[in-house]
Write a protein that binds this ligand. Structure first.
Ligand code: ADP
Ligand code: ZN
Length: 517
């Protein structure tokens, strides 16, 4: 590893590896396939570039992002490392020239877009060249469980398996839950990979969720308190982007806007203006951000809840690239859930895909409602363990009174237990309410001992209570378009009387305004 450290210093000018980088590199150098889950900006390029420099031959880098590919190759060439790329943006002449040099073994790294790879192309690369390592960027694209499935990635495993001397494979992704990670490893045919998850916690970000706010009033106050800061406001639709933008203009704040309804020229112009601080705030849909690396973004405000935690953290994570203290605020309103549900229902995905999206939406809802440390919530979602509470998110800073709700929790939990995972939250709430609903009677649920335990509560409050128990990990919802609810492992200590259930008073108020999904 000394050699790797020397290269880090000589080539890149850095003194120390970041958390995770060293382990990933030594795994590769020991000859093991690897799967590395590092957040965007975590420094994954170094993790395959240094092994590429240490090994004989040409490392192949599969990457779907054409603009990043070019940036990387330019950067490598500036560092004096021979590298090139093959993608659909090139002329036939350029393409042939790169292939020629590649066959002569001129490059230490060759970037290839997946759509350029087909079986004959892959066969000729592997016959003509010595390839010690294949680095696969954005590896979640191979998984149907990920959020950006690409069929071309599916073929990779087969081609790699058929190579004469199978190279090592190192897969990288910024967003993979445990499930997706397992899927990636199996879809890419990784051999007993060393798996690394690290760097998801961002010390300089303060996360917060603000529920049920009067948004225009919030915006005025928020912007008034941040007079000189640069920030991004993400809105869900073009229309809302325009509306928020108009409010800012009225306030006299130099703001740009960015969404799919604007022309290419206008968008590029807005992006440049933001980059050079001609506008201080960018109001945008999620179309904005790919490849944005503005260091001094001090806040990212989400006007609505996005559909999954991956998207949320990726967008929020555009704050504080320079390491300075920055804020990520999510404005949450229960109606947002309906909007996201609608988008999933209307979407093009098949049933499986929709179920996955629904499950992701539920996790996002849990984030919006949890009273746990928000940083911990996210980091654990990405599979990284043992990260202490951040001490500065809206949950960690919430000093409102804790109310003991163990009795209410026990009633709800025992009702859910008796439904044996066959029903959703709505039905469970009806049973607890003691409803004469047709479905409840048909299934004989009125015979359960827990029927009517909350007969005095409004039904909506009951389902809110159940959702709160989900968000806190006492209950769990199944995947699927029509999710059912059952006991989660977190319910055991409560059912066994070893643990009490406490709810923040603030949360109680917040829950009262939320609605069933
Ligand atoms: P990503 O994981 O998003 O591909 P990059 O590889 O582009 O991230 O790295 C993000 C930034 O971090 C780059 O500017 C890179 O030069 C820097 N970086 C990577 N490794 C280190 C290190 N060990 N020390 C300091 N900076 C680093
Ligand atoms: Zn926290």
């Amino acid at each position: 590893m000394q050699e790797a450290r020397n290269l880090l210093k000589q080539v890149y000018g850095y003194d120390t590896f970041r958390k995770g980088q060293e382990a990933i590199i030594s795994g590769i150098m020991e000859g093991r396939d690897s799967l590395a889950i590092l957040p965007t900006g975590g420094g994954k390029s170094v993790c395959y570039q240094i092994p590429a420099l240490l090994m004989d031959g040409t490392t192949l880098v599969v990457s779907p992002l054409i603009s990043l590919m070019k940036d990387q190759v330019d950067a490598l060439n500036r560092l004096g490392i021979k590298a090139a790329y093959l993608n659909s943006s090139m002329s036939a002449v350029e393409y042939r020239e790169v292939m020629r040099q590649a066959f002569m073994g001129e490059y230490k790294l060759l970037y290839v877009a997946p759509e350029r790879l087909d079986a004959p192309m892959f066969a000729s690369l592997s016959e003509q060249m010595h390839i010690p390592l294949i680095a696969i960027d954005e590896a979640h694209c191979v998984s149907q469980w990920g959020h950006d499935f690409r069929p071309s990635y599916r073929q990779l495993a087969g081609w790699i398996a058929r190579m004469n001397n199978r190279p090592l494979v190192a897969a990288f992704t910024a967003t993979a839950t445990e499930e997706v990670a397992r899927d990636i490893a199996s879809m890419l045919g990784l051999h007993d990979p060393s798996i690394h998850v690290s760097g998801f916690a961002r010390d300089n970000l303060s996360l917060s969720v603000v529920s049920g706010a009067d948004k225009p009033a919030f915006l005025r106050k928020f912007m008034g308190e941040r007079k000189d800061q640069s920030g991004i406001i993400y809105a869900a639709t073009r229309k809302e982007t325009e509306q928020v933008h108009a409010v800012l203009e009225k306030m006299g704040i130099p703001a740009g806007k960015y969404h799919g309804g604007l022309g290419d020229v206008e968008r590029a112009e807005m992006q440049e203006k933001f980059r050079f601080d001609d506008v201080r705030v960018m109001v945008a849909t999620n179309a904005f951000g790919m490849g944005i690396d503005k260091p001094n973004v001090r806040f990212v405000l989400h006007w609505q809840m996005p559909g999954d935690v991956e998207s949320y953290y990726q967008e929020a994570g555009r704050a504080g690239r320079d390491g300075e203290e920055s804020e990520c605020i999510l404005l949450f309103e229960p109606q947002d859930v309906q909007v996201q549900r609608f988008l999933i229902d209307q979407g093009t995905g098949d049933g499986d895909r929709k179920s996955i999206q629904m499950a992701k939406l539920h996790t996002m809802m849990n984030y919006s409602r949890t009273q746990r440390c928000l940083q911990q919530f996210i980091v654990e979602y990405f599979g990284e363990a043992d990260v202490p509470p951040c001490g500065k998110c809206s949950s960690c800073l919430d000093k409102s009174e804790l109310i003991d709700r163990t009795d209410d929790a026990l009633k709800a939990l025992s009702c859910v237990a008796r439904l044996k995972g066959k029903f959703g939250v709505t039905t469970a709430a009806k049973v607890l309410k003691g409803s004469r609903d047709k479905r409840v009677l048909e299934w004989g649920l009125d015979k359960l001992s827990t029927y009517g335990l909350f007969s005095r509560w409004p039904e909506k409050e009951i389902s809110d209570w159940l959702y709160w128990l989900v968000a806190e990990g006492y209950l769990v919802m199944s995947d699927g378009q029509y999710p059912t609810v059952s006991l989660a492992s977190g319910s055991l200590p409560v059912l066994e009387g070893r643990e009490r259930v406490q709810q923040r008073k603030r949360t109680t108020v917040r829950q009262a305004s939320s609605q069933a999904v």
